[in-house]
Design a protein around this ligand. Structure first.
Ligand code: SF4
Length: 449
């Protein structure tokens, strides 16, 4: 999951009451929680952008493309399904203008980009013409030919052979295909725009382009899933032979079609697997993928052994990179400050037509909060080295958080010593529910967004 889509609503559900999949958010994408970001520090945000950067830190660019063919019933992301070609061009013009404005700021000027991430929404929804124009304008001010990774999210039904060629031509190295499930019944039930024939139709076209990495996304626990269908899903996933496979467990955040249905029907219309079942399905997939030659790369992602399957965007964000979060509602982090854009169409586009950045919320994290952010995000890898925190923050994290680490160790979630922390298989399957353990008191049991 990416930037804008990672903003979830309402408090994180406690891991103690996860028997059923209740309405609420579990996935942790940032710290401190978004609900504590505000407008009052906007001036400091602009000041940070107008300051020279820490030359030791890397820089990435996230671009949000908020269009989809259809809204999936579990989706709470900031997306549009009703925009025509002219409106899409209007949005992409604004997006390119935003990047151009950033490129002139002291915090960005002359810095090389380490990674670029096209997230959404569905970046592959836009036309070849639109994509090429966007890439041309952005590359003119922030060249990305030497970037280590250019990642691009795609929905199978939006891809054509020529679009894949264009995606490759603009330099994309990592294509992430949102398959989510191979069953037509489940895809339809969950409101996905694509069906399985489209998944297989695009496979040879993708191979033809020779992307450095093909990732596919699955969701464990989509409505209608059973043990039999999940096993079939995992088999088809292995046959698809991607370089990496990312598996999320279905959540029910507020403001989705499903959560509305649940509140209207008292929960009778749909059945969502409980957390235990979803974890069992996830664990089954991990074991099958391991047997097929994949290894664990994070709580969500399995990668093919022996292939160069870094995920530069993820690793950079989890290590506190500077990142320009561009596009509607996007999140960024620059010169030690968290920044978020406005979340409505007009409020995003209008300031840009006047040459102003559409920033909405800012948070200035303390040094301790920056440490906690990197520690909890890196825990999602399944392990972390204490020396990283010693070197970067001069902090002994296993001493500082001894009680929390010990509590989780007693629950069988992890092991730790003075050199490393390592999650157990049980801990890894529910890592997001463990992370609030490290939050400062004022952020616990608070709204996440
Ligand atoms: S493809 Fe579905 S889940 Fe993904 S952003 Fe679009 S509507 Fe949401």
């Amino acid at each position: 999951m990416t930037n804008s889509k990672s903003a979830t609503a309402e408090p994180a559900t406690s891991r103690l009451d996860l028997k059923e999949t209740e309405v609420g958010s579990v996935f942790v994408s940032n710290y401190p929680p978004y609900s504590f970001w505000g407008e009052e520090k906007l001036a400091e945000g602009f000041q940070a952008l107008n300051s020279k950067p820490d030359v030791q830190n890397t820089l990435g660019l996230y671009m949000h493309i908020p269009f989809c063919r259809k809204r999936c019933k579990f989706c709470y992301f900031r997306i549009y399904t009703d925009k025509n070609s002219d409106q899409i061009q209007e949005y992409l013009n604004a997006l390119a203008t935003e990047v151009e404005l950033y490129s002139r700021l002291p915090s960005v000027q002359d810095r090389p980009l380490k990674f670029i991430y096209f997230g959404g929404g569905t970046p592959s929804y836009i036309s070849v013409k639109h994509l090429k124009l966007l890439a041309e304008r952005v590359k003119a001010v922030l060249p990305w030919d030497s970037a280590e990774e250019i990642a691009f999210e795609a929905e199978p039904g939006t891809l054509t052979r020529s679009k894949l060629q264009a995606i490759r031509e603009i330099g994309v190295t990592r294509l992430s295909l949102g398959i989510e499930n191979f069953s037509d019944f489940i895809l339809q039930e969950n409101g996905r725009a694509h069906l399985s024939p489209e998944i297989f139709k695009v496979q040879p076209w993708i191979q033809e382009q020779g992307f450095e990495q093909l990732n596919i996304d699955l969701i464990a626990g989509m409505v209608g899933e059973t043990w039999d269908s999940w096993k079939d899903n995992v088999k088809k996933t292995i046959d698809y032979d991607a370089d990496s496979v990312t598996i999320y467990q279905l959540e029910l955040p507020f403001n989705t079609v499903y959560t509305k249905m649940l509140s209207e029907s008292g929960g009778e219309q749909i059945h969502v697997a409980n957390w235990q079942t979803k974890r069992e399905w996830h664990q089954y997939a991990i074991e099958e993928l391991q047997q097929a030659g994949y290894e664990i790369s994070s709580a969500y992602t399995m990668v093919k052994k022996g292939k160069k399957t870094n995920f530069v965007y993820r690793d950079s964000v989890w290590q506190g990179t500077d990142m320009l979060g561009t596009g509607i509602a996007s999140f960024g982090h620059m010169n030690g400050i968290h920044l978020q854009n406005t979340a409505s169409w007009a409020d995003y586009i209008e300031p840009l037509t006047l040459g102003k950045l559409p920033l909405k919320r800012v948070l200035i994290p303390s040094a301790q909060e920056i440490l906690v952010r990197e520690m909890i995000l890196q825990l999602k890898l399944g392990w972390l080295r204490t020396s990283y925190f010693k070197k970067k923050f001069n902090a002994d994290i296993t001493d500082q958080f001894k009680l929390s680490f010990q509590k989780l160790a007693d629950e069988g979630m992890l092991t730790f010593d003075e050199t490393e922390v390592r999650l157990t298989a049980k801990g890894l399957l529910q890592v997001d529910t463990l992370l609030p353990e490290f939050y400062a008191d004022k952020y616990r049991n608070s709204r996440y967004t």
